[in-house]
Design a protein around this ligand. Structure first.
Ligand code: ADP
Ligand code: ZN
Length: 438
């Protein structure tokens, strides 16, 4: 291998051997950087890894212990900083969905690398110079908004940094500036659609071509729904602040799984109980090592996200492996009367039904000794007539299909549009009233 500076086109099409050689080179650098942080100096003490020279093959990564979110909290605020403080130019923090946020520092070179990855991600979905990019993800410490901003500019798109919320203004901007590409959470896309008519707009007012949807788990059925409602293409986008943010993995125009940019992220999937690696094609917890960041190196990060690595080549020609859509975080798993259930499984069932509206909420509580699952979902206003038969039959269908999939008999409550709380950031899909029961 000649060097580690490939052109984007080239790096996305490297054969596996060349890619692995590049990964090894970058892993060695990353280990060396990590050893300069107080956290990893201590963590790697008993592993026999004292310098990059102790990493001979990619498999040697297995000698390194996993890093968890709690570790990052422990290292707060500077334990993972590997350069002088005046070398870093930006910090970000996770949205804190599951507890205290964690902090990541970026040098200018780190930001440039991240921007390049976002350019590649945007290109993979067909975005190009001349597109108008309305960024409806929240700007701020959360990486969702700012994360794609610089890449979109570098690609030559006209960026509208709208941030999240203010639905009325979003429509106005979409219309006046002929937005072609929206970046938003899938739940916000559905909310947007549900307000369109009432705010006096119709699809004819817009020039939409695609939406990039991410930051929260969603089913294929929700993607389909967004595509059908807006008559656009919707692409799944995955990232987490510990690994920069958006652009860890992105769908290409084939829409069959998300390409992980393997030249920047070393991918492993593990069994979440034994913590042993699982083979490609088997579902496991995603473990990632960032290979191109010097401000805050992170080795073997347990994302808690469940997915399956797809080793088959993609017809788009990119050689990086893909991952299937994220089923959820291991923390999201509900145990209902002893049965393991992911909210995404319930979403799959209900969102297949055309009568179902754009919002739902799953509630779980104790009734005596048993757990009770109730699915609340909005349905079209036209179903609320004097004749309750349609509602009744829809309820029965939901019950039957959910039972068939997860073996649990749910209660179902149907509501008029707008009844359930609006989801602006990451959607909250579950209210578990049982407290810490698992
Ligand atoms: P927090 O962990 O506090 O929510 P982040 O903002 O970094 O902070 O969120 C990253 C997490 O969001 C991921 O680990 C994953 O659980 C979820 N996520 C991001 N993108 C997707 C996606 N496309 N599909 C499913 N889940 C996603
Ligand atoms: Zn592809």
């Amino acid at each position: 291998m000649k060097h580690d500076l490939y052109e984007d086109q080239e790096v996305e099409r490297l054969d596996r051997e060349a890619l692995k050689a590049l990964q090894l080179l970058r892993l060695k650098k990353t280990v060396s950087t990590a050893l300069s942080t107080p956290f990893y100096k201590k963590r790697l003490k008993d592993t026999g890894i004292t310098s990059a020279k102790d990493i001979h093959t990619l498999e040697d990564i297995r000698k390194i212990p996993y890093t968890t979110k709690d570790d990052l909290r422990e290292a707060y605020p500077y334990g993972l900083l590997s350069v002088e403080l005046d070398e870093v130019v930006r910090m970000h923090a996770s949205s804190g969905t599951t507890g205290t946020p964690t902090v990541i520092y970026h040098t200018q070179a780190d930001l440039d690398n991240w921007t390049n990855l976002t350019v590649r991600s945007l290109k993979a979905t067909g975005c190009h110079k001349g597109d108008v990019f309305q960024n409806m993800m929240t700007y701020g410490l959360f990486t969702g908004g700012i994360g794609l901003h610089y890449g979109a500019e570098k690609l030559g798109m006209l960026v509208i940094p709208a941030s999240s919320g203010n639905t009325k203004r979003q429509f106005q901007l979409m219309k006046d500036f002929k937005t072609t590409t929206i970046h938003a959470t899938p739940s916000y896309m559905l909310h947007l659609y549900s307000r369109m008519e009432e705010l006096g707009y119709s699809l004819k007012d817009f020039n939409l071509k695609r939406a990039l949807i991410g930051a929260e788990p969603h089913s294929e059925e929700v993607r389909q729904k967004i595509e059908d409602l807006f008559q656009i293409d919707a692409y799944n986008s995955y990232g987490l602040s510990e690994m920069n943010g958006p652009s860890v993995a992105f769908e290409c125009t084939e829409k069959k799984g998300m390409h992980i940019w393997e030249d920047a992220y070393y991918v492993e999937t593990i069994d979440r109980n034994s913590l042993e690696p699982v083979a490609d094609g088997t579902e496991g917890e995603l473990v990632l090592t960032i290979l191109v960041r010097t401000g805050t190196p992170i080795l073997r990060y347990r994302t808690k996200d469940l997915t399956t690595v797809m080793p088959e080549p993609c017809s788009c020609g990119r050689t990086s492996r893909r991952i299937t859509r994220i089923k959820g975080r291991t923390d999201d798993m509900l145990i209902i009367n002893g049965v393991n259930v992911f909210p995404s499984q319930i979403e799959e069932v209900i969102m297949k039904m055309p009568e179902i509206g754009n919002n739902y909420l799953i509630k779980v509580k104790k009734e005596g000794t048993l757990d009770r699952l109730t699915i609340h979902t909005e349905v079209g206003a036209e179903l609320f007539t004097d004749d309750a038969r349609d509602l009744y039959s829809l309820k029965s269908r939901i019950k039957e299909e959910v039972k068939a999939l997860i073996t649990i008999n749910p209660a179902v409550e149907l509501h008029e549009p707008g009844f359930l709380p609006v989801q602006l950031g990451k959607a909250i899909r579950v209210e578990d009233e049982r407290g810490q029961v698992y």
